[in-house]
Ligand binder design. Sequence first.
Ligand SMILES: [Zn+2]
Length: 256
Amino acid sequence: MNFKINTKSFLFSILLVPLFSISKEEKNGNHNRIKANLATNNFIEKDSVIIKNGYQLTVRNSDPKLSNEFKNNIAERFFDAYPKMLEHFNPKATKSVIIIFSDADTDHPAHAINNEITVFTKFFTKPVRDKDIDVIVHEGFHLIQAYPESKNTPGWLVEGIADYVREIYGLSNAESGWVLPGTLDDKGNKYQASYRTTARFLLWVDKNFKRGIVEILDDKCRTGTYTSEIWKKETNKTIDELWDDYVKNYNKFPNN
Ligand SMILES: [Zn+2]
């Protein structure tokens, strides 16, 4: 959900965190290193370092009340979605990720910063919400975005792209009640509404005007070169013209 990035510490963490993580965990004697089949083992009972296909996931668990099933599902989903997203959008993104399950009392369910994702467990213990495994797709994509701080990059686009990616790479969105809006809301929200509203708009533009528009926008954000003129260049319409068209043709999807 929340997205924060610090360029200097991001670079620092790419270089140093993998080694640091391993040595710290080994020193504490408090980890399980597992290369086994994730699908068939309940393994995340305490802090763990999992290495698979060149990716390293460090899991830190500070909420003993959280079910092993939820933690295992999150780890499995990470190893399913994160490598695919990284290869497709940003092969230079970090391959060493830390997930912290925290019982802290916060107003938001999760956030991502540098190479670290924190999941606030009080949001994920209720029925249905405990199926919200694809939260890790959204948050994982923030690490792949790795956008530098730039006044050119709008926050609504950062979150809109992360939810667009969640729609594409998520495996159990509907099961957890997470769906893109089925109708236009009447609150006057536009593409700047962020999250799912923006994601649905991005999906529509991709299908109707410019295949790959999200990849282009993502790349521009990563180089700090996003401007609103990109929409006109890529689709021959301004973003406001696209939105007006979207309102009229909301349910128009080719081959759909
Ligand atoms: Zn987010």
